[in-house]
Design a protein around this ligand. Structure first.
Ligand SMILES: [Zn+2]
Length: 160
């Protein structure tokens, strides 16, 4: 799934709807951006779950990385290490999460972003913490890289 493309198309759709213009062709573009449907469904599921974890909005945006770590350990979502955090992007490594837990060290390989459930989950949680629109993407899956962690990137965008 190309989340960046999808959010651009969605923003354009929103604008067109507001201006009273048609969104017909954009639905096709959004579908293409969704790509593999299963991945999109897992992302959606994770995102829904993330937004139901009763996460409180932080007062200071700089608290997000620490709060995120707390929530991940509180709900036993995996082991996390935040590798980079700015006000726009949070990059992190995660291991022992549900999507790969039973698959690692079994010689199973996957291509692309396998852990879209976790990506959606992270986006949902950070969305609640920040009260901003977020999307997340797995940038390196352990099933592909052979590392003992998966890498994720969460992007925060201002609400408009
Ligand atoms: Zn992964």
């Amino acid at each position: 799934m190309d989340r960046q493309l999808l959010s651009k198309i969605l923003a354009q759709m929103r604008k067109n709807l507001k201006d009273g213009k048609s969104i017909g062709d954009m639905k096709v573009g959004a579908l293409l951006a969704l790509g593999h449907q299963l991945e999109a469904i897992f992302y959606y599921l994770g995102h829904e779950l993330g937004t139901t974890l009763k996460v409180k909005q932080v007062k200071d945006i700089n608290q997000i990385p620490n709060e995120l770590k707390d929530i991940i350990s509180q709900f036993n979502l995996g082991e996390v290490e935040i590798t980079e955090a700015t006000q726009e992007v949070i990059q992190l490594k995660m291991k022992d999460h549900s999507s790969i837990k039973d698959l690692v060290k079994k010689g199973i390989k996957a291509t692309g972003s396998f852990c879209s459930f976790e990506a959606g989950l992270l986006a949902g949680i950070v969305e609640k913490l920040s009260d901003q629109h977020c999307f997340a993407q797995e940038v390196g899956c352990s099933l592909q890289t052979g590392q003992n962690f998966c890498e994720f990137m969460v992007v925060l965008t201002q609400k408009d």
